[in-house]
Write a new protein. Structure first.
Length: 199
């Protein structure tokens, strides 16, 4: 299977690569590293990426920026960081990628637990994660040729200790748990699902 992983060298992405690389052809994509580079905030950059890669069987996205900060100080510009990057970046990977993916292929994007389990300073990211989950539900009934789409929604993960203070009382998910959720999405049969991963 030819699997495109956007964010392949990131905190989560590198573990997803390890989990899937044995029996598959992995195309690693990053903003500055990997086999190919892409700016997910640019639809044109995404289109150029797919033109270079050609047909593929599955796409996984573990990428996207968002703004953390106090709501009473947040500006529209800061709020839009996540809308332009994590939300529309991943949505555009699907909107454009659907014209390059093979029949019965799959998309797996990344949202996060803040969609339903908020923390202080996280309102902008909560919004983005919730929108991504809803996009998966809506897109799943319209994708052609048996193409599936799911989201993986991790909580705080063990390889991100800098975030631990912002998630009081949360047990970090292991990287193995998180990676296996992507494996389930790619190799399983479900579509329109949000796979929650908590510690």
């Amino acid at each position: 299977m030819k699997i495109v992983i956007v964010g392949a060298t990131g905190t989560i992405g590198k573990h997803v690569v390890k989990a899937l690389e044995k029996d598959n052809e992995i195309i690693k994509v990053g903003s500055k590293s990997g086999d190919y580079q892409v700016d997910i905030t640019s639809a044109e950059s995404i289109k150029q990426l797919f033109e270079k890669i050609g047909k593929f069987d599955a796409l996984i996205s573990t990428t996207g920026d968002g703004h953390f900060g106090p709501l009473n100080e947040m500006t529209e510009t800061e709020f839009r960081i996540g809308l332009n990057s994590k939300l529309m970046g991943q949505v555009n990977l699907v909107l454009i990628g659907q014209h390059y993916i093979n029949p019965k292929g799959s998309f797996t994007i990344t949202s996060g637990s803040l969609s339903h389990d908020p923390i202080k300073l996280g309102a902008a990211v909560s919004t983005v994660n919730g929108a991504l989950n809803s996009f998966v539900i809506g897109a799943s009934v319209e994708l052609d040729n048996g193409v599936r789409i799911n989201a993986v929604s991790p909580g705080v993960v063990e390889d991100s200790p800098a975030y631990f203070p912002y998630f009081p009382g949360n047990v970090p998910a292991t990287m193995h748990q998180v990676a296996q959720a992507y494996v389930k999405s790619v190799l399983g049969a479900q579509t329109g699902q949000v796979f929650e991963v908590a510690g």
